[in-house]
Each structure stands twice: as C-alpha cells, then as structure tokens.
Design a protein around this ligand. Structure first.
Ligand code: 0X9
Ligand code: ZN
Length: 305
C-alpha cells in the first residue's frame, strides 16, 4: 500500500507537513495558526497556485475528534491528490485556479496522540478541567453557536462536554481566529468526521432552516448522487439537526453564522461495521468518494460566487 493508504502517527504527520511544503514550494505553504492545550503546533497547509489577488478560498479541517482516523487520512489524501492532479484533472485545476485551499490536517493533536498511545476511542481534546477530574472538551461543542444548549453537556465527564465557555479551548480558538481574519475570502467551510456516511449542513444547533437551505440541500444532493454514481455507495444528506441530531456549538454552524454560507460537515465511512476502526484497506475508497463530494460542492460554490 502507498503512504496515503495507511494511518499515520502524529509525528509522521508533522514530518509529512514539513516535507510536503519543502517539495512543493510554489504551491504549498505551512501556516502556524496556534497550538493545542499540550502546546503542540496547529499547522494549516495553504494550497495556492498563483498570486492572483481577490481569490476565493475554501477551508477543510480534519481530526476535530481524535478517534476518527479516516478524517486525518482524508486531509492527507486531499493534499496529495490536489498536488498530483493540478493541470491533469480538469476539476482539480478549475478548483485551484479559482480558490486557495486551507487544510488543517489535525485539529486535535493532543487527542490524536492519545488515541495512538493510550486509548484508541478517545474523542475530545486533553484539557484539564478546574471543576472535575475528567479530562477533555468536545471541540465540536465548544464554538459559539447556541453554545451548550440541548445536545451538549456542561458535565466534564461526558463525551459531549462543551467546555467552560465558548472558545475556551486553544484548538477551537485558533480555528475561529483564523477564520475570522479570513472570512472575506473563505466561502466554503468543510469539517471532516466519521462515521455514518452523511453530508450535513447548518443548522445542527437549532431546528430552524438556514437562509440558503435550498442551495445547501441541492449541493449536498448532487454530491451524494456523484458518490452513488461513481462508487455505488449511499450517503444521507440534510441539515445536521434533522439528519443526525441536535448538537450545538459545532464549527460548521459557527462558520455559517460568521458568514461562510457554504458550510458542511462530512461523516465518512462506514455505517458501523468497523465504525471508527475502519481498516486501512478501505482508506482509498472512503477518501475517493469523499473527494468527489468535495469537488462537486467546490465547483458549485465557484459557479455561485
Ligand atoms: O456530533 C458531532 O460532532 C458530529 N458527529 S460525530 O459522530 N463525528 O461526533 C456531527 C457534527 C454535525 N455538526 C454539528 N453538530 N454542528
Ligand atoms: Zn466527529
């Protein structure tokens, strides 16, 4: 199997980030956007094919949840695919010619490290609570979008602990700060999770419909159709609250409210057979089908903006 068809330790991913930027100096730049609770660096890779100003941008983060290893693998896959197929694949070329891409391969490095060393099923970050002996905040409940209402918990011992206050965690704060300072260019926000095969969009923090619900639904539907057509696999799609569950404080809803009108969360393979323990032999299929969904939506965003 190739490098991209395996899961990689945090240390390997940091090396990969370094090497990827060194090997592609014209297209890739690593940007340090902050550090984790345990002081590990948070690097974003910026893919940019020329210095044309006023270019639009998309953002992809992976690994908000530590145990969702296919998510981290997807970010690496996406970068590799973009770098290899620019000028060869028509869709990739069109996307990169029109958009810069910001990729955060590991949003929760402390949690990811912990899943490699100690507990494979760890979800949250590793921050120590003042009020409890339990460790970790669910970073996808820590953003300022109906923060800590129904679907999150203020109890530090739960898997959906929202933290002491919105953006209490350095990881969510780093992402929020970066997006706030790039909100004029970023038009497409995407967060990669697993599992359950769903293409979700706002809102998850309320049952209300997003203002551009029709657009979002149409884009998600087209993406799901592409996956069905090319990979014969089924993805559900819809607003988070109605498709999966009410879950406030998520990055997608927060980014949407910031003004990033095309905001999605993808839940990759599978539907529960292996769950978070998706075997390496299934990485390539899982990533390729997600990639076609990303391309479908990115092309739509370019058309609409
Ligand atoms: O609950 C979550 O954070 C996500 N599902 S997961 O199984 N990967 O934990 C879904 C996130 C959907 N979006 C929001 N809740 N904002
Ligand atoms: Zn997740």
């Amino acid at each position: 199997s190739t490098f991209y068809e395996r899961y990689h330790s945090l240390e390997d991913i940091y090396h990969w980030i370094n090497r990827t930027q060194q090997d592609n100096p014209n297209m890739v730049k690593a940007i340090l956007i902050g550090s984790s609770y345990e002081k590990r660096p948070l690097y974003v890779l910026k893919l940019s094919v020329n210095n044309r100003p006023n270019k639009k941008a998309m953002w992809i983060d992976c690994g908000i949840h530590a145990r969702e290893w296919i998510s981290h693998a997807f970010c690496l896959w996406f970068v590799q695919n973009s770098l290899s197929f620019y000028k060869l694949n028509q869709d990739i070329t069109r996307i990169l010619d029109n958009m810069d891409v910001y990729i955060l391969p590991v949003m929760n490095p402390d949690g990811y490290q912990y899943t490699w060393t100690t507990n494979r099923m760890w979800r949250k970050n590793r921050s120590v609570s003042k009020s409890s002996n339990c460790i970790g905040v669910d970073l996808n409940r820590n953003f300022d979008a109906n923060w800590c209402t129904e679907g999150a918990s203020d109890e530090p011992c739960t898997e959906i602990y929202c933290g002491a206050f919105p953006e209490s965690e350095p990881e969510s704060q780093a992402v929020a700060n970066f997006l706030r300072s790039h909100k004029d260019s970023v038009q497409f926000y995407l967060s990669i999770h697993s599992y359950s095969q769903m293409l979700l969009f706002p809102y998850s923090c309320t049952l209300d419909e997003a203002e551009n619900h029709k657009d979002l639904l149409e884009m998600a539907q087209e993406a799901a159709q592409a996956i069905r057509r090319y990979y014969r696999n089924t993805y559900k799609y819809g607003s988070g609250a109605k498709t999966i569950y009410l879950a406030p404080g998520g990055s997608d809803d927060w980014a949407y409210n910031l003004g990033i009108k095309y905001s999605f969360t993808f839940e990759l393979q599978d539907r529960g057979r292996y769950g978070f323990l998706l075997p390496p032999s299934l990485i390539s299929r899982a990533c390729n089908e997600a990639l076609i969904a990303v391309k479908t939506i990115a092309l739509k965003v370019i058309e609409k903006t």
